[in-house]
Design a protein around this ligand. Structure first.
Ligand code: DAH
Length: 342
């Protein structure tokens, strides 16, 4: 081979070796691969390094110099490529680590939708607030009651016709028909009278149960709030005044109340109370009256010394009226689209 040809073919081979080294550098997948490649390229017998010994075969100084420069340039280019690729990998590894080790705090900045109390709970809490403001205390009683507390002590003995108005759910416990799910919150009156000493100013909210088929205005499980006042010299005027004060405090000063004669076994006289909206419409709210002497006696209170009044009404119905809910069943299907409106 002529000298010229030898230089030409070495130049071509060097360029080819350099290109393949550059290609290998570009196609490594990670830092470890790059380190292995760098070690290979720096080996004495690597394609490019082997040209260094072959260079000696070139007779002329000029050819040696030009091939030497070509080899140096290739080595420099490869070293630069190795270095920049190394930096690239190092950067992306750092970014990946930052990414994987960082906490995503943006969640805290996003306004999250918070839950809230059910409308019946909201109504109960407002009722409690208003009555506490009027000087009442809150009492609670069991949902599973005895026939004695639910009926007998409230002046409804076994044969009393008023019992049939309460579609009672009895439990298979003890004597037949002696234990039941309370049909109203009135039995809590008896429990309060027995455990507290007069003067008593109490409200008793809670869940009550009746064997009713659910429809737009009835549920077999619903809520009532009971009120009981026992003190010396309590009259019907105190009852009417308390109902009126409550109506204005709870519904607003544009509301008024009225009492209509009625009958309940546990009160005498008894009344039903209605409230009047600003537009003149009357809404029935509940029952009330002067606590019957037999009931005071059941509660261990001397009717000669003390008198009192009581009232009771449904909370669900009030929440329904207030929020203009068409069908009371909607309040208990747990449909978030419904619940989120309030
Ligand atoms: N317990 C009655 C009912 O569930 C409501 C009631 C009426 C309660 C008159 C009272 C009252 O305390 O005096 O229908």
């Amino acid at each position: 081979m002529s000298e010229q040809n030898l230089v030409g073919s070495m130049t071509a081979a060097i360029n080819e070796a350099k290109e393949s080294a550059m290609l290998a550098i570009r196609s490594t997948a990670d830092l470890a691969g790059l380190r292995a490649l760098s070690a290979d390229l720096n080996k004495k017998d690597s394609p490019l390094n082997s040209f260094k010994s072959e260079m000696g075969k070139l007779p002329s100084v000029e050819d040696k110099r030009s091939i030497g420069q070509l080899l140096n340039a290739a080595a420099t280019e490869i070293a630069a490529a190795l270095e920049s690729r190394t930096r690239e990998f190092a950067d992306s590894e750092i970014s990946a680590r930052i990414e994987s080790e960082s906490l995503d705090l943006t969640e805290l900045l996003v306004q999250r939708r918070r839950g809230h109390s059910h409308i019946v709970t909201q109504a109960t809490q407002r009722l409690e607030d208003v009555f506490i403001g009027l000087g009442f205390q809150i009492a609670e009683g069991p949902e599973v009651e005895t026939d004695f507390h639910n009926f007998e002590a409230l002046n409804m003995p076994k044969s009393h016709p008023a019992r049939s108005e309460f579609d009672t759910m009895f439990l298979e416990y003890g004597e037949p028909n002696s234990v039941l799910l309370r049909t109203h919150t009135s039995p809590v009156q008896i429990r309060v009278m027995k455990s507290w000493k007069p003067p008593i100013y109490a409200i008793m909210p809670g869940r009550v149960f009746r064997r009713d088929t659910p429809d737009a205005t009835h549920m077999p499980v619903f809520h009532q709030i009971e009120g009981l006042v026992i003190d010396r010299g309590i009259t019907f005027a105190h009852l009417a005044g308390t109902i009126e004060a409550f109506t204005k405090a709870f519904f607003g000063s544009e509301f008024t109340s009225r009492l209509r004669p009625s009958f309940f076994p546990f009160t005498e006289p008894s009344a039903e109370f209605d409230i009047r909206r600003a537009d003149g419409e009357w809404i029935e709210l509940g029952g009330c009256g002067m606590v019957h002497p037999n009931v005071l006696i059941s509660g261990g209170i001397d009717p000669e010394e003390f008198s009192g009044f009581a009232f009771g009404f449904g909370i669900d119905r009030m929440a329904k009226e207030r929020h203009k809910v068409e069908d009371i069943r909607e309040m208990y299907t747990n449909d978030l689209r419904f619940l989120r409106q309030f």
